[in-house]
Design a protein around this ligand. Sequence first.
Ligand code: CA
Length: 734
Amino acid sequence: MSKPDLKRSFLALWVVAAGGGSPSLVQAESALVRAPAEFASAVARLQPGDTLTLADGEWRDFQIVFTGKGAEGRPITLTAQTPGKVILTGRSNLSLAGEHLVVSNLVFRDGWSPTGEVLSFRKSRTERANYSRVTGVVIDGFSKPDRAESDNWVALYGHHNRFDHNQLTGKTNAGTTLVVIRDAVQGLENRHAIDHNYFGRRPVLGSNGGETIRVGTSHDSTSDSFTTVSDNWFEHCAGEVEIVSNKSGGNIYRGNVFFESQGALVLRHGDGNLVEGNVFLGNGLPNTGGVRVINRRNTVSDNYMEGLAGANFGSALTIMYGVPNSPVNRYVQVDGAVIENNTLVDTREMSFGAGMDAERSAAPINSRFARNLIVNRDGRDPILVKGDMSGVTFTGNVQAPMATKALPGVEGHKVVLERGKGQLLRPKGLKGVGVRADLTYVAREDTGVSWYPKTTPIAALDSGSVVNAAPGEDTLTRAIAAARPGDRVALQAGVYIVNQVIGVSRAVTVEGPANGRAEIQFARPNLFEMASGGALRLSHVTISGALAPDVAGAAVIRAGQGAAQYQLVVEDSTFQDLTVNRSFNVFAAAPGSLADRIRLERVTVDKVTGSVIAAHTETADMGTYNAEVVEVIDSTFRDVTGPVLDLYRGGTDESTFGPRLTLTGSTFERSGKDGGAIRLYGVQRTQARGNRFVDSGAPTFYRRVGAPELVWGGNTLEKTPDLVTNVPPLEVAQ
Ligand code: CA
């Protein structure tokens, strides 16, 4: 990374360089500015080779418009006095327009952009940046507070721009982290370089629009962008099913690392792209995928994939079915794909012919799948053939420990793996198959910047110390207020009365005694309200709704409007007497809220007029929903008006993995007689095993989109109607 020239930066005066001599003889100048007004007057005078430096400190509500015309080899630079010490906060953003501009070493945090972009390579629709570079810029959690309000953090316009060594983490609202926006009027050949960036944590958005990178749109996707995305690090990017959404032609994705990221690099639209030498490390985490192939003449070679647990559209390697004569925004038939010399170790699934349905009926043609190495050390065969693969030539592939029966051109071999360069697994004594012997990948520390942390530690549940609380009125409220993130509030046996709604925006545990009973009663409509980033664990407590007022919206735990990235864990606890109004819930989600996880284990619920988990407010059918993962284990529900579990995810969008439900070992008695004991609408994956339904409403499961999986095994129904579903359930033996 180039260091800004600060040799005269401490002269606050601007030295007027013009006035004598030809511009090419003008010496480069450097000015330090301390306020937006100084910046504005200085920027107007910039000449090729000049550097404009922002003074260290906080720049609040500063919408930087950086324009100028540098020259090749003599750019105009905007930088920080000290990297990491110039902080843009509040309602700030940056747009640049002109040529040969360089922006470096700025930090955006503690705020959000008032426009649709944080960092834009244009000032207006007609004034763009070309031949310009943004390097060493940090955007940390600079998200609009309303998750549903969309923006792009970085928008690349124009052509020949470079975006490198930047660090982008913690985008929580809708919209891409980085997008290449193309324009037929100004030219579609962008030739941008996006390299050595660190794309950090992008939590699950819970709808489409959570891509980390998108290049183009379907509209212009038949033309080439010639953008290169190389040597970037994608870590915990989990926004949606597309980590990268390629929507143009002629692009190169090379040498990138996808670390524990949910989703896949998706060749969604556009032809003639190259995906080469990338490394995908899933570590077995759910939904970690590889590459999805659609369209014409796309090449996927020399990629290394290990421990990817994704399936279907997000499998390690997915070859899709297309739509005959597809419109640009649907699925162009795979034609001329070359997939060779990839190594896949311990992947859960390779999905061949994914998406085949009445509309997507065109099998891949003129394609080649050659010299790939597929190893599953547990002996599983990850290859799943869902359609006609006769249009793909399979040659020279090796699979261990034995060849799949589903495809030709795959030879079974015993393969011994050893860790080689970059800790990648290599087959001992096997040449010409899998990735090339010298494949390695960019080091994490060589991406982003060195002067700003890549991850911010968040206190986990039970990572702190113990705060004691004695029975009484408001003692629990005070103890929680005194707790630091990660602390555990320990209750003695006795009754605790709470007179206000307790907000939870960090990790806190409330735990009663293992022997004896700690009972919590609350006098407001809610006991707890979950906020973004909150985590609550309740253990060994009894919660009674007897004191709660008779008002609508009563729930023991409520997720606040728009609350996201929160989790709720309840263990060994009892809820009772939630009967003061006609729909008193144990948990209720507010619109726009999204739980990372809700887990109930060994929970007993007695006499509730509403639901136990009411997560069904997203009824606009836009593919949004209220809970990513719901787990209900070994619990008992009696006399719940219900449905006990009420989860909704509407619409036909295919961009999300959730909601997912695990329901095991639980009993439902006299519950959900009208709406069903459980009502699952559009839940993507359900595993229900070993549950008992007695004198209750029918469990219901409706498929809306994608390939929702319903595992239904070992459940008993007594005086309860049969499962109602439009999906043939996958029965499993206990
Ligand atoms: Ca998408």
